[in-house]
Ligand binder design. Structure first.
Ligand code: AMP
Length: 233
């Protein structure tokens, strides 16, 4: 398996963004997941933060967006095509930043973050201006669905990022409610560092024959040097 981005046939603006960001070759999770995700299959990736998993799901969803959207039309006319659910606001900000950097050559692609602890009003206004990609926490995304400020009828990609942490935080039912409002014909991608029981349940209910992708931890044990110092009480 080759790890050069040039073998992916990425749309030119994405290939350029990857080069400008200084990504010389794919990380192991990217090399394994991106070609499969690009085929449209559901993928379950075992990967921690720091492995490059954000670009592993963002590049294919941007590729699909660039192929199917006419970027000369106003973003307000475009419905939400991709939703990334994740556990915290900090992670939402990180993921949204990475997606915006990868998409920066296409100024018309709008990414909106929807997290709790922030007034709803600004989020509603952002959604009214149009969003191609929503990145948010399950509870707040559900609030918007209930209010009708967000609809997922035209969605084609659902990403569950750090799924194990979302389950730890008690989000199973919220994730299920949101997933049920997505079209049945969609691609679902799930990334998780660990695989507790709830992950199998999520995948059985909301994914279609997912392909599993696993990578070793980024740091081989042998490469970590440990030192200890004895100190007096
Ligand atoms: P993530 O695991 O998605 O949080 O990514 C961890 C960090 O790796 C982020 O700062 C990314 O910008 C960076 N990164 C992702 N893919 C690559 C790559 N192929 N080459 C170098 N850095 C990367």
């Amino acid at each position: 398996m080759t790890s050069s981005f040039s073998n992916l046939s990425l749309a030119e603006p994405l290939a350029r963004a990857v080069a400008e960001m200084g990504y010389e070759s794919m990380t192991p999770i990217q090399a394994q997941a991106i070609p499969v995700v690009l085929t449209g299959k559901d993928v379950m990736g075992a990967a921690q933060t720091g492995t490059g998993k954000t670009a592993a799901f963002s590049l294919p969803l941007l590729q699909r967006l660039l192929k199917h959207e006419n970027s000369s039309t106003s973003p307000a006319r475009h419905p939400v095509r991709a939703l990334v659910l994740l556990p915290t606001r900090e992670l939402a900000d990180q993921v949204a930043t990475e997606v915006r950097r990868l998409a920066r050559a296409e100024e018309n692609i709008k990414v909106v973050t929807l997290c709790g602890g922030v007034p709803l009003r600004g989020q509603i206004a952002s959604l009214e201006h149009g969003a191609h990609i929503v990145v948010g926490t399950p509870g707040r995304v559900m609030d918007h669905l209930e209010r009708g400020s967000l609809t997922l009828e035209a969605l084609n990609t659902l990403v569950l990022d750090e799924a194990d942490r979302m389950l730890d935080m008690g989000f199973f039912d919220d994730i299920a409610t949101v997933a049920r409002q997505c079209p049945k014909e969609r691609q679902t991608l799930l990334f998780s560092a660990t695989y507790p029981e709830g992950i199998a349940k999520l995948s059985a209910q909301f994914m279609k024959n997912p392909q599993q992708v696993t990578v070793q931890a980024q740091h081989a044990e042998a490469k970590i040097e440990q030192r200890w110092y004895e100190v007096k009480d």
